[in-house]
Write a protein that binds this ligand. Structure first.
Ligand SMILES: [Zn+2]
Length: 99
């Protein structure tokens, strides 16, 4: 039970997309996102169960997500939401190297 992410490729394998599905009803909903990683960060950004939002609110939130930024607590940099996962991975890599 919950929201899951399905990632797939287009007919010619050149496009990739990811959508949210409700695992209870099997219904896909919301925007087609770039990939599963972006979808994961978007879900974290929402902070609520995506299923409680209307389609309009979900699309508005996605637009906000694509254009928005957040402040990294580690380095105080302003990071675009869409780059957030990569930014966190860079810090993780630095931490591992420092050990
Ligand atoms: Zn940082």
């Amino acid at each position: 039970m919950g929201v899951r992410v399905i990632e797939g490729h287009g007919e010619y394998g050149t496009e990739t997309g990811a959508v949210l599905i409700c695992s209870t009803s099997g219904v896909a909903f919301g925007p087609v996102m770039k990939d599963a990683e972006e979808a994961d960060v978007f879900l974290e950004f929402l902070g609520v169960d995506a299923r409680v939002l209307s389609e309009n609110d979900l699309m508005a939130s996605y637009s906000e997500f694509l254009n928005g930024t957040r402040i990294c607590e580690d380095c105080e940099a302003e990071v675009a939401h869409v780059d957030w996962k990569e930014h966190q991975e860079d810090h993780e890599y630095e931490r591992l190297r420092a050990e």
